[in-house]
Design a protein around this ligand. Sequence first.
Ligand code: PLP
Length: 260
Amino acid sequence: MVKKALTIAGSDSGGGAGIQADLKTFQELGVFGMSAVTAVTAQNTLGVHGVFPLSADAVSAQAAAIGEDLPPDAVKTGMLFNAEIILAAAESIEKFGWKNVVIDPVMIAKGGSALLQSEAVKAMVDHLIPLSAVITPNIPEAEAITGITIKNVEDKKEACRIIHNLGAASCLIKGGHEENAEESADLLYDGKVFSILKSKRIDTRHTHGTGCTFSAALTAELAKGSTIAEAAQTAKHFIQAAIEETLEIGEGHGPTNHWA
Ligand code: PLP
């Protein structure tokens, strides 16, 4: 039977990030994709031009419609925008007992636009992180969640330990924001063992939607029954290929190629 994955996330009208990236990635990896939209952004490769959040009730209603008929094998969250929507997502996950929950704690777009209100970080820590099978922060997001400054691998390990203690079963801190010119190293911690996933750094500005695509690939693989370590490795290869095969569309910060 086909496996199903749900994304609870924002819409990117430009098609490179958010729900659009998630659904394209689910499809590419052979998983049936479903969505609960949290916010609509007016966006292209030049940036985010407007953010229009939906009500928390609209998010709950979408999740309930899915939960009552189409139980997902894995769920990811992306842009949640405010504390009310975070609560709606967390309540839905709990109510339906959804497992394989991947949290991409989206906070700020590469152009600087806020995709999560700063006061909502606490709601994410209190209500959503304890429900996660794995959370996939980049370094600034891991710093916002933990309150520590991350400068080296020891700091990354400490941040992983803190996030695990907040209730995330596993924590994967992405290395893309590091200043290492040679490689991008992600650190995965399952509460016992640290593992490092490395890839060659690619010099490109066309990385719009990489975080969304990575976490969607991880979610699709969990839906198909992979372990978190296996799913993270597959997602790392998937995003590497997507960044290498740049699309060259738009005038600005172009999207990665989901069908690379
Ligand atoms: N727009 C939406 C709806 C998103 O969910 C995200 C990423 O998480 C972005 C934009 C940010 O895209 P990027 O920072 O990769 O350009």
